[in-house]
Design a protein around this ligand. Structure first.
Ligand code: FAD
Length: 488
């Protein structure tokens, strides 16, 4: 069996590793356009901040590890065209030589590319780029270019366009590195993937660390500063009330999201779906015979929303694994995403899983979102932190639909969101979250974990009637022996 993977990041390498695991005799070739297979691009901000001192350590596995796993890697090689009926892939290697690679099964993992927003100075033949101190950020190549600016120009000031999770991580990173950072976001609040109430807490954390946060601010143009100016670049923007905002900076980072990289698959006839991503079934099969696809280039099956587009590393790993197994004749299904994610901003973390109120409404639920707070561990033990929570549940069924958290980076925000992710994954009600047997010791938790306190706040607010024995929400009372008093 000849397997060829296009893309050497999370999806392509996960597929290759799984294929070799399932069939150690499988002949596996990974084609990637750069020389950095299996690098953790999620770790880039921490290399640029200086906290991770060597870019080499960002590799999940070294080239030697990957080769030892039995795959062949074609570095600096671009996949040009897929001949679907002939089951051949046209590639160009680093020396410019063209070659046709035959395959039995092909897995497309071409990922995503950063969006270039319509900002004057970012497009056309005179577009500003890394040599001017203007950067996008996705690949190791982008990382090296940005590090060159940081080391050679030694910028004192930076403007970051965008306040999604990568923009926030980079505001943290560049501040840690000693730059004065201005963050411009066109939406009314930062981190628009959580409710504005939590976004405001993130905003305050940024401001508390000296980041100038300009929300409701749309960047119009980036230009080179004239000779003799103290800063290299000018950023012109418009605030929500229409007034002009101008900042001078030594470097500009534009991080406003990604779009799926689908040209190769689309040219071969692959059907596209949500947001132009490659349409796949849950076995990661495209509509093309013997062609699978996974990762940021494909649509995402969401457990509550159906088909959507949610490019995340965790998802790319899982989808790649499914594609690798199925390419060898398996029948694995991608179980679906809940969009579970967490981001560290200086000393705090924000996380979400499942749906927010408006998303749940659009999906046909009758959502109620209840805000509450609880301590991460018993307050009498030193070092406790408050956690702000927003629990979203369905009024009609009591089902847990979503959770958002904000709290100190040591308050186990990531693992607490994972409790809710596991609960939503398993269709649990909000009330049933209180029944989970979670761990407790005063320095690390409470008899009721913070997430359970949030669930109880939701149940109190919605004043759901006590569930009857055997009802979908009646985990605790359903197990009560007949004739025994109710205990709540
Ligand atoms: C700074 C940053 C931080 C992030 N942090 C997180 C995080 O904390 N958590 C999280 O879950 N996700 C995070 N992500 C997102 C995550 O990194 C991506 O979802 C994940 O890497 C997607 O993997 P992929 O394999 O689908 O695609 P990509 O990583 O985009 O890789 C695509 C691969 O395909 C190759 N390729 C494309 N076209 C061709 C071609 N024609 N020929 C040959 N090769 C080709 C590329 O060179 C690359 O190797 C972050 C992303 C960035 C940029």
């Amino acid at each position: 069996m000849y397997l060829v993977m296009i893309g050497g990041s999370d999806a392509g390498i996960s597929a290759a590793l799984r294929a070799r695991e399932v069939d150690p005799a499988a002949d596996v070739t990974v084609v990637l356009e750069d020389a950095y297979p299996n690098f953790s691009i999620c770790g880039i901000p921490y290399y640029l901040s200086g906290e991770v001192t060597s870019w080499r350590t960002l590799a999940h596995r070294t080239l030697a590890d990957l080769e030892a796993a039995g795959m062949r890697l074609r570095l600096d090689t671009i996949a040009r065209r897929i001949d679907v009926p002939g089951r051949k892939l046209l590639i160009t290697s680093a020396d410019g030589a063209e070659e046709l690679l035959g395959y039995d099964k092909l897995i497309v993992g071409t990922g995503a590319v950063p969006v270039r927003p319509p900002i004057a100075g970012l497009a056309g033949p005179a577009a500003l780029g890394p040599d001017d101190g203007v950067h996008l950020l996705h690949s190791m190549g982008d990382t090296f270019a940005m590090m060159a600016t940081l080391e050679q120009v030694a910028p004192a000031t930076a403007v970051i366009v965008g306040a999604g999770y990568i923009g926030l991580e980079m505001a943290d990173a560049l501040t840690v590195r000693g730059l004065a950072v201005t963050q411009m976001e066109q939406l009314p609040e930062v981190l628009p993937t959580v409710d504005p109430e939590l976004g405001a807490l993130v905003h305050a954390e940024l401001a508390g660390h000296g980041v100038e946060v300009l929300t409701g601010t749309t960047v119009q143009a980036i230009t080179r500063a004239g000779a003799g100016q103290p800063r290299r670049l000018h950023v012109q923007a418009t605030s929500a009330d229409g007034s002009a905002v101008t900042r001078a900076a030594d470097m500009v980072l534009v991080v406003v999201g990604v779009r799926p990289e689908t040209a190769l698959a689309a040219d071969a006839g692959a059907r596209l779906g949500v947001k132009g991503a490659i349409a796949v079934d849950r076995g990661m099969r495209t509509n093309l015979p013997d062609v699978f696809a996974a990762g940021d280039c494909v649509i995402t099956h969401h457990r509550l929303l159906g088909e959507t587009y949610l490019p995340l590393g965790t998802t790319a790993h899982k989808q790649g694994r499914v594609a690798g197994e199925n390419a060898l004749g398996g029948d694995r299904q991608f179980a679906g995403s809940l969009g579970t994610q967490v981001v560290k901003i200086f000393d705090q973390a924000a996380a979400r899983t499942g749906l927010r109120d408006h998303e749940a409404k659009a999906a046909g639920f009758d959502p109620v979102t209840v805000a509450s707070q609880a301590d991460d561990h018993k307050a009498y033990y030193p070092g406790s932190h408050r956690i702000a929570m927003r629990v979203t549940g369905d009024r009609a069924t009591g089902r847990l639909l979503g959770l958002q958290l904000f709290g100190h980076k040591n308050a186990e925000i990531a693992k607490r969101i994972d409790i809710a992710a596991a609960a939503i994954f398993n269709h649990m009600t909000v009330d049933a979250v209180s029944d989970l047997d979670l761990s407790y010791t005063p320095p690390l938790g409470s008899p009721w974990d913070a997430v359970q306190m949030g669930a109880q706040a939701w149940t109190r607010r919605t004043r759901r009637p006590l569930p009857r024995s055997g009802s979908a929400t009646g985990h605790r009372l359903a197990s009560r022996p007949p004739g025994q008093p109710r205990t709540i």
